[in-house]
Design a protein around this ligand. Sequence first.
Ligand SMILES: C[S@@+](CC[C@H](N)C(=O)[O-])C[C@H]1O[C@@H](n2cnc3c(N)ncnc32)[C@H](O)[C@@H]1O
Length: 229
Amino acid sequence: MFRLLVLAIPILLAFLFWLFIFGEGTYLGSTVVTFLYDRAASAYDRVKRLDSLSDRWHVALPLERALSKVAHPLILDVATGTGRLPLDIASGAGFAGHIIGLDLSTNMLREAQEKTRALSDAISLIRANALALPVADATCDAVTCLEGLELFPRPEEALQEMARVLRSGGVLLVSNRVDREAILLPGRAYRRDQIEGVLEGLSFSSVKVKRWQRHYDLVWAKLSGGPGE
Ligand SMILES: C[S@@+](CC[C@H](N)C(=O)[O-])C[C@H]1O[C@@H](n2cnc3c(N)ncnc32)[C@H](O)[C@@H]1O
């Protein structure tokens, strides 16, 4: 009995670590994920140590370029967290569009609101689920989702929702978890050779996968049907 316990306790602890810390509750559903992010919100930016220079270079500038022909772009940032992307885009010189930051965690949104207060004309924050976007069909010029896809119960359903709200030719930017540990997130992270097919199956074209950080690729695509297609 004692031997069994000695064996079972580390296995149980490893399982709980995987379920709650590594997997951030994703296999227990959005309520648990949101609960964990609500608890972590005030420490998120400190722990994450976001590099705004790198974000500007890899995310904001290419997105600005991709939208350069749209005078007043509407951007939807799914799983916006503490407002990382809205802040970066809206504080760029000459941004004349609007960004909706969407998240399920009230406390993450509260942090985002604090940080983006001075840019409230350009940024709206809403509490909603990535799997049921409260946005009309074909209205967004771009949809972004950084470090969120692997937390959704059904990532493909979220991608489908993103396609629904994008206009033809609209820009999709999502991160995809690709580190060695991604194998421990079955059904949540896509293999590098898989993501293009998944997006093409959802009517995206011009899919480009770019290495970003150790953990994530950035995946760019356009919703088919824009000018010239
Ligand atoms: C790792 S954070 C990323 C935040 C931000 N995009 C960034 O890069 O800093 C993941 C965010 O996804 C949100 N989230 C998780 N599941 C969600 C869902 N089903 N719908 C909307 N947001 C969700 C969490 O509340 C959390 O704020």
